[in-house]
Design a protein around this ligand. Structure first.
Ligand code: SF4
Ligand code: F3S
Length: 146
């Protein structure tokens, strides 16, 4: 058995669950968290922490899809061990239904996207070191007219 994060977390992402986990097995997406089922030790302490009951044991009926999503997304999203700030509008989505169809995002947390973009830019810069700069046709006179 494991615990999984389900639809109610989407767009709420209160993050009260993170710091109680003894094995740090939460992973952060753009607008929800997931649990890595292979790391979860089924202690259950995170379940009552969530204000929207978004953490459930996978023994509950109908959670197969969520077990699969928690498994696959936790392999792609960054680990999170410290509580951050919940979205400013989180309370607006507490009671909303069908959040998966409306808002689900497969993308990792913004900080991970920024890290990846930074790494790509560093590689690009490094690949340019030692190469001549591209030819520039701007002269002093033409620059004066820009
Ligand atoms: Fe972490 Fe325990 Fe919750 Fe699993 S059940 S995610 S080990 S706090
Ligand atoms: Fe989501 Fe509940 Fe944790 S809303 S981030 S599972 S506290």
């Amino acid at each position: 058995m494991t615990y999984v994060v389900i639809e109610a977390c989407i767009k709420c992402k209160y993050m009260d669950c993170i710091e109680v986990c003894p094995v740090d097995c939460f992973y952060e997406g753009e607008n929800m968290l997931v649990i890595n089922p292979d790391e979860c030790i089924d202690c259950g302490v995170c379940e009552p922490e969530c204000p929207v009951e978004a953490i459930q044991p996978d023994t509950e009926k109908g959670l197969e899809k969520w077990l699969e999503l928690n498994r696959s997304l936790s392999a792609e999203w960054p680990n999170i061990t410290r509580k951050g700030e919940a979205p400013a509008d989180a309370d607006n989505f507490k009671d909303e239904k069908d959040k998966f169809d409306k808002y689900f995002s497969k993308y990792p947390a913004k900080r991970e996207r920024q890290r990846l973009i930074g790494a790509i830019l560093v590689r690009l810069c490094r690949s340019r070191i030692g190469r001549p700069l591209p030819k520039c046709n701007i002269t002093r006179d033409s620059a004066a007219n820009l």
